[in-house]
Structures are given as structure tokens and as C-alpha cells.
Design a protein around this ligand. Sequence first.
Ligand code: ATP
Ligand code: MG
Ligand code: MG
Length: 566
Amino acid sequence: PIDPDAMFKQGFLLEVYNERPEKNVFTRFPPEPNGYLHIGHAKAIAVNFGFARYHGGKCYLRFDDTNPEAEEEIYFTAIEEMVRWLGFEPYKITYSSDHFDTLYQLAEKLITLEKAYVCHCNDEEIKRQRGGEKGTLPRYRCAHAEQSVEENLQKFRDMRDGKYKPKEAFLRMKQDITDGNPQMWDLAAYRILDKPHHRTGSKWRIYPTYDFTHCLCDSFEGITHSLCTTEFFLSRTSYEWLNKQLVEFQPMQREYGRLSISGTVLSKRKLKELVDKKIVRGWDDPRLYTLIAVRRRGVPPGAILEFVNELGVTTTNSIIQISRFEQTVRKYLERTVPRLMLVLDPVRVVIEDADEFDGTELTVPFSPKNPAMGEHKIKFTKTVYIDRSDFREVDSKDYFRLAPGKTVGLLQAPFPIKATSYAKDEATGKVTEIRAVFDRETKKPKTFIQWVPAGEGAGSHKCEVRVYNSLFKSENPAAAEGGWLNDINPESEIVYPNAVIESGFDEVKARAPWPEAAGEDKQHRGGNETVRFQAMRVGYFALDSDSTDNKIVLNRIVSLKEDKDK
Ligand code: ATP
Ligand code: MG
Ligand code: MG
């Protein structure tokens, strides 16, 4: 396991702290409640909450809800849930909209300071003022910038009172258009939206912009280290400029690199298209990389944090292949989950000379590596299920599993077995039953396969298993011929409706989430997705939320080895 605090102990995040080594660190995670969080956001959560936690400080969850056009209640709940699922406790949950009154007063103050004016220019005119299409023409201010304080105040109040329609007027900061930084070119501070807000109702027709709101809210909350992604680097200047004009407490903004994931899509527009076109079942479909989907698939939150930590935090943006994420998840699961036997596509094997062992109990460790996970019983039976893929009708030299006349080991069983004959359904061409005998001579068979005991008393369960592969055929769907939607992998989900799992599953489920095995996961006592195990030779699995008391549905979280899934 890697040190969960590694990213705070060295490099960029330590430098940020050392620039301002406060005793009481305050940070914030400021999502806009306009969509579900995805795996990129997990980095932002880990950085902001983790930074505060590491330095003994506090982190706010602040909903940056200044754009009523895109926001919906469901996202507030889902976002908060994901923060807690990742193991973080917000110091307070706040809303930018809590400050609408104060922000409004500060906007009036800015006008009074002659640092803001109401402008009536349209997009075209504004672009020209800022140097035209290419930004090469001389920049200038419009006549509205010369209005008196009184006139600006009057017009701003008229905006507030609904005397203008959207776009007829907006409040602009009076910054410095000679500055080389576009963030100083008289940015918008307030615009008319005339939309009701889910928290303030129809009280406001005007809403503050990100550039006006974010820095001030940071100041109100006493944020010492305002950590955001590098696309805000130029905004640092306007952030500091505005706070200096208006407020006492000066937070420090610093920027870290975004985490982009390739091999999948994360943009809201594309995810929505996948959902609307029913290519996936919903926003939490396990093939997606929204956090709700990753959770449903069964990825432990600790593995996500480990992934972020492993990549480290610097000022450069990184594009990481989804297979690298899976590799971290695999390593994490390898040491933290118990092992069981699962057969995806069962075929019966009758071991003719196994009468003396029929019904005997075998004691099997949950993990060969970690005795702390304990052990469980599994019944050996004369009839067992093995996977169809572990049997061949025609043997060959380079094949080491079961075939007529060939011996294979059964994990944990008293002896290896040798196939003697098999029956076939002529209509389907499928093998229906294999007959075998114990091979008491062969001590060390080349291969051991998994099996599950058959019959009523064996305690095995039928289950539906969903094996997920990449949703896209190529590593870069955006560049695929015919567009990204043309790149959908038809085998992204393979369902095994008749799989069987051994009785040890009951204990794995009852004891979930196995804190004794996964120390890091102690705080995550969530729903079904905490029931995770390794199915020997098959992959890592979790219980899906479609499961009921009478039906077990399993998701494959990841394969056992890289590449096997493609
Ligand atoms: P998206 O458009 O993907 O939803 P966003 O920037 O609009 O991204 P916000 O809801 O504003 O998303 O994000 C909340 C916080 O998470 C911001 O501080 C943002 O910088 C950060 N964040 C968003 N995406 C990433 C990412 N891919 N990597 C790191 N941090 C991110
Ligand atoms: Mg945003
Ligand atoms: Mg967003």
C-alpha cells in the first residue's frame, strides 16, 4: 500500500502549504451542482479535503450555485453523497447563493468605488473592445465606462428590479484593459437571467458570475488555500484584484493540473447522449466513470484515492488511460478482498468414484496471503460445476485443462479429476454433462480450475454475472472514425444469467465491508457495492444494486490481469 498522505508530504502541495503555512488551514471543494461528479472530480475532492485533513484544518463543501439555468436538486444530494463515500466529512455545507445579499451589497460598493459600471454592449461589441476576433486590434472601453456612480447605481438597481431584459444590461468590473491578461478586461460581475433559483426562488433576476462570486465566497469563509485547476491560472489576477477592492481577508489561490481520463468519455453532453440513447442503463451504469457508476461497479473508494495519490499532484494536466486506473484498482483489491469460487457458465461434472467424499466439508482460507481474513467451509460433492471454457471435447498437447483422458486439478479438492466421457445436446451442440474419475496418481496437475458444488445441500447460489469490458473499441473514442458514438464496443457488457457461486458468498456478504482486511475502508459502510471478492481465476466482483433477497447480481469490477478484458 502506498502512503495515503504521500501527495501532501512533498512536491507541489507541500510548496503551496509552505507559501502560507497557516495553523488553521481552510479549503473548499466547490462543485457546480449541474451534473454528476466523475473520476476527475475525485482528484479535486482528494486534493481539497485531503490538504485540509493533512494539515489539521477544515474543508467546506460549497455548492457554487450561481447559475439557476443548469442546476438541479438531484445533483446536490448526489455530490454530497460522493464526498462522504470517498471518506470525507465536510466541515460545513455552504452555498454561494447563501451570500446573494452580501454579494449584491458588495457589487454596489464596487460601483461606489468607481470600479464597476453597467454596460449595454452586445457580445459583438464586447469582443471588439477586447481586441477583436484575433485579439490583435487595440483594446478600448465603451462609453458606459464613463457613467457616473449615481447613474451606474441607478441602472444596477433597475437591473435588479427587472427593468431590463436579459442581455440588455450587465454589470462589469472596471479593471485594467491595458493589462496583457484577458481576465483583467472588464469582466462581467452580474448578469440578468430572470430564472427562479432552487434556493432563493424568484427573489433575484440578476445573478453574480463565477469571477465575481468565487473569490468573495472564499474570503467570507476564510479559505486560506483556494486550490483549483490550472485553467484558472489567469483568473488568479482577477481573483486577487476583486478581493483587494472589497474585502479584508485575502485567500490564496493556487492551481493544480486537471486529471483527464482517456479511453472513455466524461463530458456531461456525451454522457447524457449515452443515457438518452439507452446505450447504457443510466448515469450509474458500471461502464461509465461518473463516481456513482464507479461506486456501483464496486470500485472501493480507497482505490480511487490511491490512484490520485499515485499519480501525484503537480501543475501539469495529465491524460491517463483508464487501464492505468484499473491497474490500481486491481492491486488494491488483490490485498483487500476475500476469495471465492464462481463459475460463469456452468457445466456439470459427475465424479463417479467420489462417493466417500460426497458432502465432506473442506476448510478454505479466504485469502492465501492474509490469514486475518479467516477461513470458511465449502462442501465437496460428487457432482460439481466447472466452467464450460475449462473443458474441451478434443484434447491437444498445449492444452492443460479438462478433456477426455486428461487430468486437471480442482482447487482445494481431495484429488485431481480425469474426464472419461461427456454428453452433448445434439440440438445446441453444447456439452451437458462430463463424467470423470479421481486421478489419485497425479500429485501435481499442471492447472487447477475453480468449481462449485452442485445439489441442494451444497449451499451454492445461482447468480447473474455482468462482465464489463471497455465501453469503446478504441483508446481514443473522440478520434474514432465516424465519431465517438461509432466506437461503442458491442461486447462492453456480457451477461452470464446462469452463473453459480459457492456458499462462502453468504459469509462474505454478511461480513462486508471486511474492515479487518481493508484497513483504509473502515469508514465506508455503504450499500451493496461494499460486498466485494475475488472470484478465483475469473476476476474481482461486487454485488450490484439490482440484487434482491432472491436474486444475486454481480458486477465484474476488473479482470484479474490486464488485457484479458479486451
Ligand atoms: P466538468 O465540466 O467536468 O463538470 P467543472 O470544472 O465544470 O468540470 P465543477 O463542478 O465546477 O466542474 O468542479 C468542481 C471542482 O472540481 C472545481 O474546483 C474543478 O476545478 C474540479 N475539477 C473538475 N474536473 C476536474 C478534473 N478533471 N480534474 C481535477 N479537478 C477537477
Ligand atoms: Mg465549472
Ligand atoms: Mg461541473
